[in-house]
Design a protein around this ligand. Sequence first.
Ligand SMILES: CC(C)(COP(=O)(O)OP(=O)(O)OC[C@H]1O[C@@H](n2cnc3c(N)ncnc32)[C@H](O)[C@@H]1OP(=O)(O)O)[C@@H](O)C(=O)NCCC(=O)NCCS
Length: 147
Amino acid sequence: MTTWQDEGIRIRRMVPEDYEEAYALWERTPGMHLQSLNNTYGGIALLLTKNPNSCFVAVDADGRVVATALGATDGRKGYLYHVAVAEQWRGHGIGTTLINRIYDVFKAVGIVKIGILVVADNVEGQEFWKKQGWNTRPDVIYFDHNL
Ligand SMILES: CC(C)(COP(=O)(O)OP(=O)(O)OC[C@H]1O[C@@H](n2cnc3c(N)ncnc32)[C@H](O)[C@@H]1OP(=O)(O)O)[C@@H](O)C(=O)NCCC(=O)NCCS
């Protein structure tokens, strides 16, 4: 069976220069929550600067971004953001590989707990996390506030 690696897909750290292609992927991925003020170039570049080792892209043989997974930590807990795989590459294990890379980085710096916010109507996304062994937190209500 041909794998994504055989097809020339490779995984590398995300850099700010990937923003435009990554954002285009997020825009065409239903279930991504992009309205937040944090999703500007500046917001993502800041996240990458603070978390340079735990944010990854998968790029195809032509160097185009086909998947992203951003891992960020405040030093105590880890969070995943923008886990997305281009539709034509789903179901090949790329999403799992990307998050496993983030787990490894987090574990190496002593992070033992990770979380992700998934929008309520992204049922497919929720199924993916359940399949990955994640638990929902119905006891928690998320608040946010613009500064
Ligand atoms: C969710 C997503 C990132 C998964 O990426 P992927 O590369 O297709 O996932 P993988 O190939 O690594 O799949 C891993 C396992 O999860 C399963 N899976 C993938 N998507 C699933 C879904 N929507 N529902 C249930 N199971 C799913 C796969 O069947 C696979 O199981 P297997 O190992 O038993 O075959 C991708 O489908 C996507 O980009 N979805 C839209 C964005 C999104 O919802 N992101 C997550 C919420 S933030």
